[in-house]
Design a protein around this ligand. Structure first.
Ligand code: HEM
Length: 286
C-alpha cells in the first residue's frame, strides 16, 4: 500500500488489499539479532538443564531424583557438569559483551530502548484490554502497537534487568569474588533472577512457538522478515514508521534522480557548446 498519505489508524482492508499486503515482506530483525537470539535461547536451554541438575541439596532441589541421576550419568560427575555450566555461562557473557560493545548505538542506546521497550499510553491500555479479552470480559479493539506489543515489552524489560544480575552473580560464584557471604547471597539472587526470567519465558516460548496468531513473529526470528498484513494488523504503529521511512526514501530517490537528470542535461548542453566543432552540428541560424 504505497500512497503518499499514510493512515493514522488501521482501516478495514478489502480482500485484494489484504492479499497484496500478505505477499509483501518487510524487514523486522537484523541478522545479528536473529543469531544473537538463537545463541541466547540455546545457551539458556543448556544452562537451565545443567543448572537444575546442579541443585541437589534436598531443601532446595526442584528437579526429580531421576533427572539428577540422568544428568550426572551424562556428564560422568557433578564436577564435570559444573565445568560445562561455567563454560557455557562464560561464553554467553563474552558474546553479550561483544554485542554490547559493537551494537550499543544500534540496540542498547537509551533512544532505541525508549522507542522499542519502554511502555507508552497505548501499551498500558493494550495490557488492560488484552487481560479483559483473556477473561472474556470485553470485545474492545486492541490499541495499535509498535514493533513489539506491550506483553513482549514487559518480557524484554524483565530480561534486560535480569540478565546483568544473572551474569554478575554467576561470575561472583564462579570466581569466588568478594568473600563467602557475598558468594552465598549471589547463589540466592542468581536463582531468583533465573526463576523470574523462566516464568516469563514460559509465556514467551508459548506465544513465539505455539500461538497461531504469532506464527509470522516466529518466522521473523528466522528470516528477519514479516509480511505487511501481519505488521498492519498487530503492529500498526511500527508499520506506519516503516511506510513513512519508505516514502522518505522514495522522495529522496526522486529528488536525487531529478538533480542528476538536471545536471546531466546542463553538462550536455555545456559540452555541446564548448565541444570542438559543436557549432557545426547545430542547426544553422535562420
Ligand atoms: C525456544 C525458545 C524461544 C522461542 C521460540 C522464542 C521466540 C521468539 C520470537 C518469535 C521473537 C520475536 C518476537 C517479534 O518479533 O514479534 C522473540 C523475541 C525475543 N526473545 Fe525469544 N524465543 C525463545 C527463547 C528466548 C530466550 C531464552 C530469551 C531470553 C532469556 C528470549 C528473549 C527474547 C527477547 C528479549 C525478544 C525481543 C522482544 C520480545 O519479544 O520480548 N527468547 N523470541
Amino acid at each position: 500500500m504505497v500512497s503518499p498519505v499514510i493512515e493514522t489508524v488501521p482501516i478495514p482492508l478489502t480482500a485484494e488489499q489484504a492479499e497484496a499486503m500478505a505477499q509483501r515482506q518487510i524487514k523486522k530483525h537484523h541478522v545479528a539479532i536473529v543469531l544473537l537470539h538463537w545463541f541466547n535461547a540455546t545457551s539458556w536451554l543448556l544452562e537451565l538443564a545443567t543448572g537444575a541438575g546442579l541443585i541437589v541439596a534436598p531443601a532446595y532441589r526442584f528437579a526429580p531424583v531421576w533427572y539428577l541421576q540422568m544428568m550426572e550419568g551424562m556428564f560422568g560427575s557433578r564436577a564435570n557438569m559444573l565445568r560445562f555450566h561455567l563454560a557455557v555461562g562464560l561464553t554467553w557473557i563474552t558474546v553479550f559483551l561483544v554485542y554490547a560493545i559493537f551494537g550499543f548505538r544500534n540496540y542498547l542506546h537509551t533512544e532505541v530502548l525508549q522507542h522499542e521497550v519502554a511502555l507508552d499510553h497505548d501499551d498500558l491500555s493494550w495490557l488492560r484490554v488484552r487481560t479483559l479479552h483473556l477473561l472474556g470480559r470485553s470485545d474492545e479493539l486492541l490499541p495499535p502497537q509498535g514493533a513489539y506489543n506491550a506483553g513482549q515489552k514487559l518480557f524484554a524489560l524483565l530480561v534486560y534487568v535480569s540478565i546483568p544480575v544473572i551474569m554478575l552473580t554467576g561470575l561472583i560464584m564462579a570466581f569466588h569474588w568478594f568473600g563467602t557471604a557475598i558468594v552465598a547471597w549471589a547463589m540466592v539472587i542468581h536463582f531468583l533472577a533465573v526463576g523470574m526470567v523462566v516464568s516469563g519465558l514460559m509465556i514467551h516460548v508459548y506465544m513465539g512457538a505455539v500461538f497461531p496468531e504469532e506464527k509470522p513473529a516466529f518466522y521473523s526470528m528466522i528470516t528477519g522478515m514479516v509480511d505487511e498484513l501481519y505488521a498492519y494488523r498487530y503492529h500498526f504503529k511500527w508499520w506506519r514508521e516503516v511506510k513513512a521511512q519508505e516514502l522518505l526514501w522514495k522522495k529522496q530517490l526522486t529528488e536525487d534522480e531529478e538533480r542528476q537528470h538536471g545536471s546531466a542535461e546542463n553538462a550536455d548542453s555545456g559540452a555541446a557548446e564548448s565541444a570542438p566543432g559543436s557549432r557545426a552540428l547545430q542547426k544553422p541560424e535562420e
